[in-house]
Design a protein around this ligand. Structure first.
Ligand SMILES: [Zn+2]
Length: 416
């Protein structure tokens, strides 16, 4: 099959895409903009060379389908949209590797693979304009919160439903796109890591176990404003001093990660003891039990710190999502494909959410593969990956796709 696969072509196409969708500040393929529409047209041209059926679903995601002997389908996904001033690989690497795999499968099986193979370019993965990521995939999975999304506005005050209308999408019907998953038997997604783990291990590729669950809270400590000169230390009810101790629990994240991203004080003037201090706590872990434990420990600690500081504390949940574990058999295939390609693999969780998490939540067996990110940085024009690693990831991802085709075919025969 390697005779049909040309990973160098994928690298060349990524460069071609960069040449007309990036400027000196990085990639500018923000969803539903003119550049994004141009990007889609370019992608369609590439796909038109193949005997695939193409259509845009009710949520604006583009699907290309190569019909196989079975209706049961292997899905490969990514997103052509970028954040403003984004990197040249995030999202589009996945799609263009998928295009190359479609070419290989089409050539190897003379246009009729054992199972149907579909490539999807999800609409607005980044959520850069309306602040809500995974739009196309969450509409498709059924998890999109319609009442929340209906009210989203961009910085110019334009609502999401109006922006969608501009590109021919009727907001109220976006969840109809769920029917695309009807025959979905497996979902694969390749992605640049967006973190430094593989770089630090000096490994090109990793198999992703799942995406972190998230617990996001605002914690407010309530004390008492008092003059900063006349109030002795032992008489103060300083909300900030109590809140500051929370850093101690951030240090104990036990395989997860924990971030205090925001801290605001009232009255917020230089001459007053802090009466109210609000911090945000974002906790993430791949294991639901461990995440619940992190949260419980943080709550207990905050109450202890409040008591010690003679203040009170209250919690408000801002957002929450459960961990999403990928399919064990597919994770094994992904790991095997990586070992066959470069000799060594690593299994790791994903901190950021991806479209793959939505597809997995919809019940489709899913796995992701990560390729090393130089600098460990994404959503930035300096995002980069060594060319040899890019070629390697296309090769390994293709091996995974072939294993998945056979796996889906095997399941079809077993169920028949
Ligand atoms: Zn991405």
């Amino acid at each position: 099959m390697s005779t049909f696969l040309n990973p160098k072509r994928t690298v060349a196409e990524l460069k071609e895409l960069r040449s007309f969708t990036s400027d000196e500040n990085g990639a500018q393929r923000v969803a539903f903009t003119k550049k994004w529409v141009e990007t889609r047209a370019w992608l369609r041209k590439k796909l038109e060379a193949l005997p695939v059926e193409m259509h845009v679903d009710e949520a604006g995601s583009l699907w290309a389908t190569l019909r196989g002997q079975s209706e049961r389908a292997l899905l490969i996904g990514g997103h052509m949209d970028s954040v403003p001033n984004g990197g040249w690989l995030d999202g589009c690497l996945n799609v263009l590797a998928g295009v190359e795999i479609l070419r290989r499968i089409n050539a190897q099986y003379n246009g009729k693979p054992p199972v149907t193979v579909r490539l999807v370019d999800w609409a607005d993965e980044e959520g850069a304009r309306f602040g809500k990521s995974l739009f196309g995939s969450s509409a498709c999975s059924g998890n999109l919160d319609m009442s929340e999304a209906r009210g989203l506005k961009d910085k110019d005050g334009i609502g999401l439903p109006d922006a969608l209308k501009q590109v021919g999408v009727d907001f109220e019907g976006v969840k109809e796109s769920g029917k695309e998953l009807k025959n979905a038997a497996a979902y694969l997604e390749l992605h640049i890591e967006q973190g430094p783990v593989l770089l630090d291990l000096d490994l090109p590729l990793g198999a992703v176990l799942g995406t972190f669950g998230v617990e996001r809270h605002a914690i407010t400590f309530h004390g008492q404003a008092a003059h900063s000169g006349s109030t002795p230390m032992n008489r103060r009810k300083d909300a900030f001093l109590a809140a500051a101790k929370i850093y101690r629990i951030a240090e104990r994240s036990n395989g997860g990660v924990c971030t205090i991203g925001s801290c605001t004080t009232k009255p917020g003037i230089v001459t007053s003891v802090v009466a109210e201090c609000r911090i945000t706590l974002d906790q993430r872990h791949l294991d639901a039990v461990a995440l619940a434990k992190m949260l419980k420990e943080a709550k207990e600690a905050s109450e202890r710190f409040a008591k010690e500081g003679n203040v009170t504390v209250s919690w408000e949940r801002l957002w929450q999502i459960e961990p999403v574990l990928f399919n064990k058999e597919l994770v094994q295939m992904c790991s095997d494909a990586i070992v066959e390609t470069c000799g060594k693999t690593h299994r790791m969780p994903s901190g950021p959410l991806h479209d793959a998490a939505e597809v997995a939540r919809a019940g489709v067996p899913t796995v992701m593969m990560f390729v090393q990110s130089l600098h460990g940085i994404s959503h930035n024009k300096i995002e980069d990956t060594k060319e040899e690693h890019l070629e390697m990831c296309v090769t390994a991802f293709d091996k995974l796709a072939e294993k998945a085709v056979r796996w889906v075919k095997g399941n079809v025969m077993r169920d028949a």
